[in-house]
Write a new protein. Structure first.
Length: 333
């Protein structure tokens, strides 16, 4: 019997088909004798009724009326709705479930509103629910500070909630469910044929996420490393193993080219960062700079803040072509 933390992001909760896939995974795990704790994000993306950005947009109608404390409380509401919906759905299918907020799950946080970090977590509350044969459905992305205020953990923070719970409960795995089957070496929405990795070490995952790859919250990779928690990034919509994020074994090495991280840049542009292993960083950075200069797509080199990574800004209209060209050249034999 294993103890598994299953975290589901917004796209995995956005519609009934997705939520049914979630239920099937929970049912399969319980049928195998595993204990399961769910961590849920808010449902969907901006425009969907209960997505975080949709809820925050309600506050934009009152300029100057919502400070950081009020904004964090509003931002936390989407996860509370998700936990109730998923618990109700599981109960309707004969799987006993209980929604739990940061308060009821005993999740403490410290730091700034909007960018806090999990602190002490009292595992007794979640353990009691598990021992009663019930699936805890915990709100991600949030914790409670010493004054009782809700603090949110930054966008993608539900991943960190899941890892924090995994560490407190000594879980066998933390499974992060996405709409992609793992961590790819580039954005699969830009390069559909990009390979997904079977394994990635903690520090490489942190660096990709820190440079803008949105597949995992950067803080969660560091927290998992510090507690030696195995993460699997998997798809909600199939049963593949996904990408295991863990500790390098004896004799294992980080690949010279780790991957391309992409994220939006100011003025609707695209920031593209090529991330290399420390042992290959200087050679890789020099090589990618030459490729960028001669690739035929205009770009501007910017400081990546990482000696083993090279970052570029380009206009959105050239972004996909630029990423494809860089990736093609960097993965040539």
């Amino acid at each position: 019997m294993s103890l598994i933390i299953q975290k589901y992001g917004g796209t995995s909760l956005a519609d009934q088909d997705s939520r049914d896939s979630l239920c099937a995974k929970v049912a399969s795990a319980k049928a195998s004798g595993d204990q399961v704790v769910l961590v849920v994000s808010a449902m969907g993306r901006r425009g969907d009724p209960y997505a975080t950005d949709t809820l925050l947009d309600l506050l934009n109608e009152f300029p100057g009326g919502a400070g950081p404390q009020l904004t964090d409380l509003m931002a936390s509401c989407g996860e509370a709705i998700s936990s109730c919906v998923i618990a109700a759905l599981l109960n309707s299918k004969g799987i006993k479930a209980l929604p739990m907020t940061a308060y009821t799950a005993g999740i403490h946080a410290e730091g700034a509103f909007g960018d806090a970090m999990t602190a002490e977590l009292d595992p007794a509350r979640i353990k009691a629910v598990l021992e009663a044969g019930v699936v805890p459905v915990v709100t991600g992305f949030q914790g409670v500070d010493e004054n009782g205020s809700i603090l949110t953990l930054g966008r993608g923070g539900s991943d960190t909630t899941a890892v924090a719970i995994g560490a407190a409960l000594n879980a066998d795995y933390v499974d992060i469910y996405k709409d992609v089957p793992g961590v790819a070496k580039a954005d699969p929405r830009i390069i559909p044929e990009v390979p997904f990795m079977k394994f990635l070490d903690y520090d490489s995952m942190f660096r990709l996420a820190n440079h803008g790859a949105r597949v995992l919250h950067d803080k969660s990779a560091i927290l998992a490393r510090d507690h030696n928690i195995k993460i699997r990034v998997r798809s909600t919509f199939d049963n593949r193993e996904g990408t295991l994020i863990g500790k390098l074994g004896a004799g294992e090495a980080i690949p010279d080219f780790i991957g391309l991280a992409t994220c939006p840049a100011p003025d609707s542009g695209l920031r593209v960062t090529a991330v290399f292993a420390p042992k290959a960083g200087s050679v890789g950075v020099a090589r990618v700079a030459k490729i960028a200069t001669n690739c035929g797509f205009p770009s501007k080199a910017v400081d990546s803040g990482d000696p083993n990574a090279a970052a570029f800004l380009c206009e959105a209209s050239f972004g996909k072509g630029f990423v494809r060209k860089l990736f093609s050249e960097l993965t040539k034999a």
